[in-house]
Design a protein around this ligand. Sequence first.
Ligand SMILES: [Zn+2]
Length: 214
Amino acid sequence: MSAALVVPVGFFMRPLEETHEGFFRSLRRTSVTDRRRARAVAHVAHDVASAAATAGRFPLLDVPNIPVTDLDVPIEDIEAIAQRVRNLWDMPRGPIDDVVQLLEAHGVVVTRLPLDSADVDAFSLPFPDHPVVVLGSDKADRARSRFDGSHELGHLVMHGEQIWGMKEVETQAHQFAAAFLMPANEIHDQLPTSVDWPALFDLKKSGRCLWRRY
Ligand SMILES: [Zn+2]
């Protein structure tokens, strides 16, 4: 196998570090085989990052742990957590230039995989030293990936090893992502006062200057 896969024999001797099953958004619709395959690749990504970190070539983990254990947390509380992460990470107001770069700068491994399954768009495994976020590459939708990356960050910040796989938990991660990418108090004054799709579309397009690549 070592020769066929062109990896050192030692690769197969590495101890397997366990985490929980991972934050899969639609647990019931994701087949066990798909999940196992995706998790295996995430494990490899984690091992590569750990080795790089040992050699001082990958940042140490710096993801705040702000646990949410209640399934009925008001959205304002979730938004406050997203704001806290922005503050702790010393992020400037406005759009985030590069979500993947931001996560990696704080020690989270981000990798892209053709997940080959309409039901898995992204997931994360909360390894204690370097959590891994896997983004699907098959949809080729940058805005979606930015949101997915932020959603997984929400899990890592709020849910860690605790609760997962429930609809409410997914909603919390969505709320986190929305507030993390676009804090309400920063976008509020730029939004039209009624549902005006052309105006919203222009806002998204002109995001190059205001809300670039949100
Ligand atoms: Zn999720």
